[in-house]
Design a protein around this ligand. Sequence first.
Ligand SMILES: [Zn+2]
Length: 210
Amino acid sequence: MDAITLVARTGRAIRLGAGDSIAIVNLFGQQVVDTWAVSAIDPTTVLSMAHSRMANGRLAVEAGDTLVGSDREPMLTLESDTSGGRHDTLIPACDPARYRQLGVVGHHASCATNFRDALQALAVPVPSQVPQPLNLFMNVPVAGDGSLGIEPPTSRPGDRVTLRAVQPVVVVLSACPQDLAPTNGAHHEPRDVELWLRPCPDHTGGRPSS
Ligand SMILES: [Zn+2]
C-alpha cells in the first residue's frame, strides 16, 4: 500500500467500496481538507452535513460518529481521529466568488472547482450545487452568541482522520487553497496532505472480483 499525495491546492476523487477506509494525514499540521462523499449508486445522493448534525446531535463531528447522506442513510463513519476533533461543518467551500470578494483578480484555485474537476475526472455526474463539505481540521469556534470565527487549525503534523465507507461512495478531497485567511494556518501557505487507502479485508473493496 502506497501513500497518495494530495498536492496543496488540488482535489482528488477516490472510489471506496463498503468497508474500505481512507486515512487523511495532515503532514504539516494545519492544512484544511474539504471532504465530500457522493453515492456511487445514485450520485444525486450526497453526504449531508445538515443531516449529519441532526443524526449526531452536535455541530462538530468526532470519532465514532456516523455521517449520513441527504437521504439520512449512513455513508461514512469517522473511525478515528488523532487531531483532537476540531472540524467544521458550517463554512461553505471556497470558490471563485469568495476569492473575488477577497480582492483576487484572475484565477485562484478553489475547493469548489477542485470538487467539480475531481468528479469529472472519474466521470461521476457533478451536482448542480457544491454540497456543504466536511471541513477536516478547520477551526471555526462558535461563540455563545452564535458568532463564528476562522482561526488557525489546532491539529499537529502527522495528525490523521480515518473515514470508513458504509456503502459504495466516491469521496472527494480538496487540500484547501485558501491563502488569504488563517484557514490553513497563520502562515497562509497551503500544504500537501497524505492519503492512505485501506481496502476492506473481507472483500475486494466492494468491487466485484474478476
Ligand atoms: Zn477551500
